[in-house]
Design a protein around this ligand. Structure first.
Ligand code: NDP
Ligand SMILES: O=C(O)C1=N[C@H](C(=O)O)C[C@H](O)C1
Length: 267
């Protein structure tokens, strides 16, 4: 049997981290060799995830874990505050970053593309790993060619730190490639309550809803003469992201440079 791909999960006790630990353990081509989390050093991973991990313990030391485990891939679901340092560390050690954490700039992604190429490794930054979300973004970009008036409503659980979501930003970027920058709504409109019209990206409006009960949902609404079109995606649980994470761990072994968006591995 070919060697399995050695995976370290960072943010392993978080909502996405725990799901990723299970997904890696369940895939015959992947091997879970490390679980990093800042607050559970020494605790058995099995105690938190509920799945047997052969005595693996959490570590709070990313450098040590990446080096000692001879990891091939680092999967990161942490926090905008720490993701930059984590990616730099992984690339420095020649470990391929597969990143779901949101909140980095196009300039940072371009710099990581360069450093991945210099190091001769691949990387993935995917604002959304769910295949349905990738299709929603692709269909939205297509629709914008014909219906350029568009607003996005994204809805997430109320523990989410960043707004708008990484998925909404990626959707706006993809649509912006297909339509000219333009104003929307009445030129004289004013907000009686600040922020009522949402964020503005090249004239497109984006609205972020945060409520308990939601997981991750997005509507892209297009308006035309006498009609509207709504393209909607719902992640109803975090398993929805796992096929994309697992695929990325495998695909990232095959190329050099940082890929931004799962669509680049799919289409
Ligand atoms: N690309 C995709 O498909 C998806 C991306 N995401 C993104 O993934 C990220 C994580 O989401 P989620 O799992 O829900 O978040 P959680 O808050 O559940 O988990 C985050 C994990 O990161 C750790 N962490 C947070 N801050 C720090 C820090 N300063 N230093 C070290 N570790 C830290 C947390 O540890 P502690 O508990 O000690 O704070 C926790 O284990 C978010 O950016 C989210 O937007 C989420 C879903 C899908
Ligand atoms: O924080 C989340 O939960 C999610 N974050 C990602 C984003 O910001 O788009 C992906 C998904 O929407 C869930």
């Amino acid at each position: 049997m070919a060697d399995r791909i050695r995976v370290v999960v960072v943010g392993a006790k978080g909502r996405m981290g725990r799901e990723t630990v299970k997904a890696v353990l369940n895939d015959p081509e992947l091997e879970l060799v490390g679980a990093v989390d800042r607050s559970l050093n020494g605790v058995l991973v099995a105690e938190v995830t509920g799945v047997e991990t052969g005595g693996l313990q959490f570590s709070n030391d990313l450098d040590k874990t990446l080096l000692e485990t001879k990891a091939d891939v680092m999967v990161d679901f942490t926090n905008p505050a720490v993701i930059k340092g984590n990616i730099d560390t992984a690339i420095q050690y020649g470990v391929r970053p597969v990143v779901g954490t949101t909140g980095m700039t196009p300039e940072e992604i371009a710099a990581w593309d360069e450093s991945c190429k210099e190091r001769g490794i691949g990387g993935v930054i995917a604002p959304n790993f769910a295949i349905g979300a990738i299709l929603m973004m692709r269909f939205a970009a297509e629709a914008a060619r014909f219906l350029p008036h568009v607003e996005i409503i994204e809805m997430h659980h109320d523990q989410k730190l960043d707004a708008p979501s990484g998925t909404a930003i990626k959707t706006l970027e993809l649509i912006a490639k297909e339509r000219e920058k333009m104003g929307q709504g009445h030129p004289d409109e004013h907000e009686s309550i600040a922020g009522s019209r949402g964020g503005d990206y090249e004239g497109m409006r984006v609205h972020s809803v945060r409520l308990p009960g939601y997981v991750a949902h997005q509507q892209v609404i297009f308006g035309g003469l006498g009609q509207t079109l709504t393209i909607r995606h719902d992640s109803i649980n975090r398993e929805s992201f796992m096929p994309g994470v697992v695929m990325s761990c495998k695909e990232v072994m095959k190329y050099e440079g940082m890929v931004y968006g799962l669509e680049n591995l799919l289409f």
